[in-house]
Design a protein around this ligand. Structure first.
Ligand SMILES: [Fe+2]
Length: 230
């Protein structure tokens, strides 16, 4: 698999282009911004962009969908139904994050309504990109409709904002649920195997083994620190 990462938006989100070496078919995971840079990379490499595949619909993951779709109007746009309200509500998202309306333009957070979704992810479906096969797993908790993409043969998971190197996604925004996120990680991500490389929505790559043994939210260290804080 060819993996190219673009760090996009003021939130330093990891947008990725994933491509099949054999067929040059590709997807763009979470275009947060920088559509022209992403498009130039796709065209220079003669990739055929078949879809914009979204882990979830927070603004830093979908802010570039409109512009990218204008450049690749044949691409599908796929999201879990649980995040559809967030997706179509993109222009309002900065406001519920507490950013004043008069600051949106200066911060680059003024968004137009995004283009219609092609369809919704189904939990457990296999999504083929050339010879690559991504298993789609619904992992709610950071948002209601968050999904992860697992390529079992390649031993890779694209975990969006569920799991980070040394941390987990925030759960204080609408639709967030801490207990649900921990369940998603422990029941759906950790069983994938310690050798699996984790490509997160923010920050560095890691492995499931490393997170299982050192991530304070998974080892109990975080819960212990809450208990000790009295
Ligand atoms: Fe997010």
């Amino acid at each position: 698999m060819i993996i190219e990462t673009f760090i996009t938006s003021p939130f330093e989100q990891n947008t990725r282009v994933l491509a099949c070496v054999k067929t040059r078919r590709a997807v763009c995971v979470d275009p947060g911004d920088s559509a022209e840079t992403i498009a130039a990379y796709i065209n220079e490499n003669n990739f055929n962009l078949q879809a914009i595949t979204l882990t979830h619909a927070h603004l830093d993951h979908i802010g570039g969908v409109s512009d990218l779709f204008k450049l690749f109007p044949n691409a599908e746009i796929i999201l879990h139904a649980g995040d559809e309200d967030l997706y179509y509500g993109l222009p309002e998202q900065p406001l519920f994050m507490g950013i004043p309306r008069h600051q949106l333009k200066a911060l680059g957070l003024e968004y137009e309504a995004p283009p219609p979704l092609t369809r919704h992810w189904r939990d457990g479906e296999i999504y083929a990109v050339g010879t690559l096969n991504f298993k789609i797993l619904h992992c709610p908790g950071h948002t209601r409709g968050h999904v992860i993409f697992v390529e079992e043969n390649e031993r890779k998971v694209f975990s969006g904002d569920c799991l980070f190197a040394g941390s987990i996604g925030r759960t204080d925004l609408p639709g967030g649920d801490y207990e649900q996120l921990i369940s998603s990680i422990t029941e759906k991500i950790l069983p994938l195997g310690d050798d699996v490389t984790v490509y997160s929505g923010h920050g560095d790559n890691t492995t499931i083994g490393r997170e299982r043994t050192t991530n304070p939210f998974l080892t109990g260290a975080y819960q212990m620190s809450l208990g000790n804080s009295g």
